[in-house]
Ligand binder design. Structure first.
Ligand SMILES: C[S@@+](CC[C@H](N)C(=O)[O-])C[C@H]1O[C@@H](n2cnc3c(N)ncnc32)[C@H](O)[C@@H]1O
Length: 290
C-alpha cells in the first residue's frame, strides 16, 4: 500500500515541528558540537526518525524530553551515531601526510631526542584509518625506534571505535593507499585486510566526546593532534572550545593539523602558523606569549 506523504513524512508518522527542531538542534549542538542550520530540518528529521519508533515515542517533542531530561547516555550514543558523518579512508589528504612525514617528523625526532617519547592524537578518528595511517608513517620513517610511541584514536561513536579496534578493512578504505603500503602493513583475511601487529601495537582507541572536558583530560599531553574533517560540522563557538582544549593538551612546540577545508581564522591566536612546503599547520609556541 502506498502511504500518503504529508510535509515530507509518510502519514501516521509525526512530523518534526519547527519549535521541536529548534530545541533538538540546540541540544545536539550543545552536546556534540555538531550544528544543524536553518535548512537542515529535513536532514535531522530523517536521521532521528527511527529512534522514535525504537523508543515507542509519538512525537519529536517526546524525544527531545528523553534526550534532555531522561537518563539518556545510551540514547545519546544512538543519536550521535545517526547525527555525525563517518566518512574516512587511509592516507586521506596525502599532501598533508607528506608534509607530516618529510618535515614534521624529523623536527619532532630532533626536539624529542632527550625524552624519546612521541604521543599523537587522532581526534575524531571514525573507524581508525587516520590513526593507523599515522602509525604506518611513524614506522616507515624509522626515526622513533626504541621510543615510547603512542597513537590515540578517539571518536564519539561507539560503533566506530569498535571497528577501529577490530582493524579489518575492505578495499574501499584503501582508495588512495599505494599497493606496496597495503601489502607491507596489512594481511589478507577472508577477502578483507587486517592491520598488522606492528601497526596495531602503537594504536589505542577510546570513545570520547571532544566536548567532554573530563574525558579529554584522559589523553594526557600530546605532541601532535590530527583533527581533520570533524570541526567543519561544528558551529564557531564549539570549534573554539575544542581548539582551546587541543591547545591545553598539546605540549609546547606541539602541532595541530586540521582538514584542508578547516581554518583557524578568527578562532585562536594562541597558535602560531607553521609554513611547511605543502601545507600550513598550527603550532603551540614554546614560550608562553607575553
Ligand atoms: C568525517 S569523520 C573524519 C574522520 C577522520 N578524521 C578523517 O578525516 O578521515 C568525522 C568524525 O568525527 C566524529 N565526531 C563528531 N562530533 C564529535 C564529537 N563531539 N566528539 C568526538 N568525535 C566527534 C564523528 O563521529 C566522525 O566519526
Amino acid at each position: 500500500m502506498k502511504l500518503r506523504r504529508i510535509g515530507g513524512l509518510a502519514s501516521g508518522q509525526p512530523p518534526l515541528r519547527a519549535e521541536d527542531y529548534r530545541l533538538l538542534r540546540d541540544l545536539v549542538n550543545e552536546r556534540l558540537g555538531v550544528y544543524y542550520g536553518p535548512d537542515a530540518r529535513g536532514s535531522l528529521e530523517r536521521r532521528l526518525r527511527e529512534r522514535l519508533a525504537v523508543r515507542g515515542l509519538t512525537t519529536f517533542g517526546d524525544y527531545y524530553q528523553l534526550l534532555k531530561f531522561g537518563n539518556a547516555q545510551e540514547e545519546w550514543d544512538e543519536a550521535a551515531e545517526l547525527l555525525t558523518t563517518h566518512e574516512t579512508y587511509f592516507f586521506r589528504e596525502d599532501y598533508q601526510l607528506r608534509a607530516f612525514k618529510n618535515e614534521l617528523l624529523p623536527q619532532l625526532a630532533k626536539a624529542g631526542r632527550a625524552r624519546r617519547r612521541l604521543h599523537i592524537w587522532s581526534a575524531g578518528c571514525s573507524t581508525g584509518e587516520e590513526a593507523y595511517t599515522v602509525a604506518i608513517l611513524l614506522l616507515e620513517s624509522g626515526l622513533f625506534d626504541g621510543w615510547e610511541v603512542r597513537v590515540y584514536g578517539s571518536d564519539v561513536s561507539k560503533k566506530c571505535i569498535a571497528a577501529a579496534r577490530r582493524g579489518v578493512y575492505t578495499t574501499q578504505a584503501f582508495r588512495t593507499t599505494p599497493e606496496a603500503v597495503r601489502s607491507r602493513w596489512f594481511r589478507q583475511v577472508d577477502g578483507a585486510y587486517a592491520v598488522s601487529d606492528a601497526v596495531r601495537a602503537l594504536c589505542h582507541f577510546g570513545q570520547m566526546n571532544l566536548l567532554d572536558d573530563e574525558r579529554t583530560q584522559l589523553i594526557g599531553r600530546v605532541d601532535v593532534v590530527f583533527c581533520r574533517n570533524v570541526l567543519i560540522y561544528f558551529d564557531a563557538a564549539s570549534r573554539r572550545r575544542v581548539i582551546d582544549m587541543f591547545h591545553e593538551r598539546l605540549d609546547p612546540g606541539g602541532v595541530l593539523l586540521l582538514g584542508h577545508s578547516e581554518s583557524l581564522l578568527n578562532v585562536s591566536t594562541a597558535f602560531e602558523l607553521l609554513h611547511l612546503s605543502e601545507d600550513l599547520v598550527y603550532r603551540k609556541p614554546t614560550l608562553a606569549p607575553r
